[in-house]
Design a protein around this ligand. Structure first.
Ligand code: AMP
Length: 111
């Protein structure tokens, strides 16, 4: 079980900004931009490499949720979504999550 499961079950607190039947969105504790939210599925999927076609609707739902959250939270000038996968991809929590970043110009390429 990861820390994100404990956030879903409310065993540990988080600054939750959105919730529905399938996903939860909360602010990252180590924000890398004025808006840094993590959108996670309630069903545990360890990483993006472990999905298959049966997960397509859920994955789409995470992106649609992220897209709607940015303007809803006051960031209408654009945003970035990131899914880190595996150790080279920089993933540190093994519960799939979409980073939603906004509120400053985000450089490219990423570090
Ligand atoms: P990643 O490195 O892509 O796996 O992202 C994991 C993210 O989870 C990091 O940006 C962390 O800052 C964030 N994080 C870890 N623990 C918590 C927590 N308890 N509440 C909110 N965000 C967290």
């Amino acid at each position: 079980m990861t820390i994100f499961s404990k956030i879903i079950s409310r065993e540990i607190p988080a600054d939750i900004v959105y919730e529905d039947e399938h996903c939860l969105a909360f602010r990252d504790v180590n924000a890398q931009a004025p808006l840094h939210v993590l959108v996670i599925p309630k069903r545990v999927i360890p990483s993006l490499v472990e999905v298959d076609s049966s997960d397509a609707t859920l994955l789409g739902h995470l992106l649609v949720t992220a897209s709607q959250l940015a303007p809803k939270l006051g960031y209408a000038n654009g945003f970035r979504t990131v899914i880190n996968c595996g150790s080279d991809g920089g993933q540190t929590v093994n519960h799939l999550h979409v980073h939603l970043l906004a509120g400053r110009h985000l450089g490219w390429p990423p570090g």
